[in-house]
Design a protein around this ligand. Structure first.
Ligand code: NAD
Ligand code: DAU
Length: 355
């Protein structure tokens, strides 16, 4: 079996659902269920005995040690993290706690478990750490895309905490020989994306008749990948990646934020015409920028393509259409995640921001 952490969040849930749809191998899913973790994402697995959900913290060393010794997983995929840049600006503490201290405690428990595995099991064991392109910092307009050897220059408390966790993972390989793999992926989008992030926020605000808050001039560039393509890349790295190596994951899909918002509006104009027949674009509002806002991210995915033969299955056009359709068909999921805590967050992040 495998152990997945953070498997009730956006990417982790997509990964677990796809894993169990494709393989007959049990998944232990360790997730503390923060505001971003949602059991409803895994509702279709309610009667599936191959899914063992454990509510708990990756920083709880005793719990992690007991799960490892009881279930003897052959691999761990570490998704668990605080993941939202704006939240890290309002309150970095949780990011330090989970992303750095939590990863460190996981690594310690995993090292103890792995060092006692019999030879063959020890050699085939893998700890795959899921990270982000944000650790590389911000690119100027004409800079080449991030390769795996690009220098680390994180700019937000979120990216700094992910960078620290990447360094710890690297050090555990270099010092102790722990068989690790690290992936650094670009921006994901798709089903179950929590509506604090750009694409789902724009979809749910548009449908609710609310404003579409674009930070600054909206010309910042992100490199978008459909979440299921990220999951297929992780599976490929887990299967065939070289121990100790880093793989950048991306789909060569750089887009300015305002272009993303226009695309979402155009799809909604087509699929759910506004009552007054006007375009959802009318709801766009430019608001005060994110402090320290990175201008451009771009992933050079040649290594994973060349060495592991991975390629994304979706283009941006097919992926974004599927995503908008998913939100239209899953309005009750949206309503359920918009709890009191969600409304408090929206008030904290957006009140007083409009310009
Ligand atoms: P998310 O915020 O949607 O989900 C994170 C999950 O981790 C939640 O289910 C949460 O409950 C759980 N969690 C948080 N703290 C925990 C703890 N201490 N112990 C156990 N579980 C805990 O995040 P996501 O967007 O799915 O991102 C998953 C991973 O992928 C993160 O490591 C993130 O840095 C990385 N990543 C995300 C993107 C993206 O675009 N979303 C891109 C590249 C990399
Ligand atoms: O690059 C990978 C990263 O992508 C992941 O590591 C992070 O976990 C993930 O949250 C994401 O970070 P971003 O900051 O790029 O994503 P977000 O959706 O928050 O913002 C995308 C862009 O849209 C960014 O330039 C900020 C802008 N934005 C965002 C929000 C929420 C807006 O203009 N308005 C908004 O309301």
């Amino acid at each position: 079996m495998i152990l997945v952490t953070g498997g009730a969040g956006f990417i982790g849930a997509n990964f677990v659902l796809e894993w169990l749809a494709q393989f007959d191998e049990t998944v232990i899913n360790l997730d503390v269920l923060t505001y971003a973790g949602n059991h409803e994402n895994l509702a279709s697995l309610a009667d599936d005995e191959r899914h063992l959900f454990v509510q708990g913290d990756i920083g709880d060393s005793d719990l992690v040690a007991s799960l490892l010794s009881r279930h003897q997983p052959r691999a761990i995929i570490n998704f668990a993290a605080e993941s939202h840049v704006d939240r890290s600006i309002h309150g970095p503490e949780d990011f330090i706690q989970t992303n750095i201290v939590g990863t460190f405690r996981m690594l310690e428990a995993v090292r103890a478990y792995w060092s006692n595995l019999p030879d063959e099991a020890g050699q085939s064991f893998r700890f795959l750490h899921v990270s982000t392109d944000e650790v590389y910092g911000s690119l100027a307009k004409d800079d080449p895309a991030f390769t795996e050897t690009y220098r680390y220059e994180p700019n937000s408390p979120y990216s700094a905490s992910k960078a620290a966790s990447d360094h710890l993972v690297r050090a555990y390989h270099h010092t102790y020989g722990l068989p690790v793999l690290t992936t650094n992926c670009s921006n994901n989008y798709g089903p179950y994306h929590f509506p604090e992030k750009l694409i789902p926020l724009m979809i749910v605000n548009a449908l609710a008749g609310k404003s579409l808050p674009v930070y600054g001039d909206g010309r910042q560039i992100r490199d978008w990948l459909y979440v299921k393509d990220h999951c297929s890349a992780i599976r490929r790295v887990l299967d065939a990646g070289n121990v100790g190596e880093v793989y950048n994951i991306g789909g060569w899909n750089e887009k300015p934020n305002i272009g993303i918002v226009h695309t979402v509006c155009a799809l909604l104009d087509e699929l759910r015409v506004r009552d007054d027949g006007k375009s959802y674009r009318e709801q766009i509002t430019y608001v005060t920028d994110r402090p320290g806002h990175d201008r451009r991210y771009a992933i050079d995915a040649s290594k994973i393509e060349r060495e592991l033969g991975w390629k994304p299955a979706e283009t941006f056009d097919t992926g974004i259409r599927k995503t908008v359709q998913w939100y239209l068909e899953n309005q009750s999921w949206v309503a359920n995640v918009q709890s009191g805590a969600y409304r408090e967050w929206v008030e904290k992040n957006y009140t007083g921001r409009a310009v």
